[in-house]
Write a protein that binds this ligand. Structure first.
Ligand code: FMN
Length: 191
């Protein structure tokens, strides 16, 4: 049996004119075919986040609530200087427990690397946040011009196949971890 999954899609870029908007739109369009997945787009620009690492800030409370509601995450990330963006790192660091015991998958984009160097570094960060990362990714190398404003994708077959495989494994982890967290809250482990 498959449970419903509350899936937060996190924007990995806050750059004016970011490609991230179109990539997130493509992910959302594809996930519309999944009746058991409810998506919640998490755009850092839509939260009143502080410039400092202030976990007491009202904007952080709102972010924390949205992330806490999620069963699983997809991070949509570009590659900046062989890593991920500072804005994404800031968002990851602003909360702690909402990541715990949950699965994370990645959709990446960039030049020839397709953003995979950013993904590999994000795996290290999510390990520290007690999250599990899904092996399978969707990766776009040199995607310039492939995405339309509405998120439709030129030549979508390979990317769709990768997404289907990644979502199947993300749902597997979500279905395994959601009841596990309910039976034993993660914060009580090794407390
Ligand atoms: C500061 C900066 C550094 C970048 N470094 C890389 C890089 O190391 N490797 C790469 O493949 N692309 C790199 N790029 C290209 C970005 O991956 C590309 O511009 C992408 O569209 C950025 O995502 P965004 O438009 O959603 O912000 C860089 C872009 C910027 C702005």
């Amino acid at each position: 049996m498959t449970d419903s999954t509350r899936l937060a899609i996190i924007y990995g870029s806050t750059r004016p004119g970011r490609l991230c908007d179109k990539v997130v739109s493509w992910v959302a369009r594809e996930l519309a075919y999944y009746p058991l997945i409810d998506i919640d787009p998490i755009d850092p620009l839509e939260f009143d986040l502080p410039f400092q690492h202030d976990r007491e800030h009202a904007g952080v409370a709102a972010l924390s609530e949205r992330l806490s509601n999620a069963d699983a995450f997809i991070v949509v990330t570009p590659e900046y200087n062989h890593s991920f963006t500072a804005s994404l790192k800031f968002l990851l660091d602003l909360v702690y427990e909402p990541w715990h015991g949950k699965p994370v998958a990645f959709v990446s984009y960039g030049g020839i690397s397709g953003g995979l160097r950013a993904v590999e570094q994000l795996r290290l960060v999510f390990a520290e946040l007690h999250a599990v990362t899904v092996r399978d990714t969707v990766s776009f190398a040199n995607p310039w011009g492939r995405f339309a404003e509405d998120g439709s994708l030129d030549n979508p077959i390979d990317a769709r196949q990768s997404l289907v495989r990644m979502i199947a494994r993300l749902q597997w982890w979500s279905n395994a971890l959601k009841p596990a967290r309910a039976v034993r809250p993660y914060r009580s482990v090794a407390a």
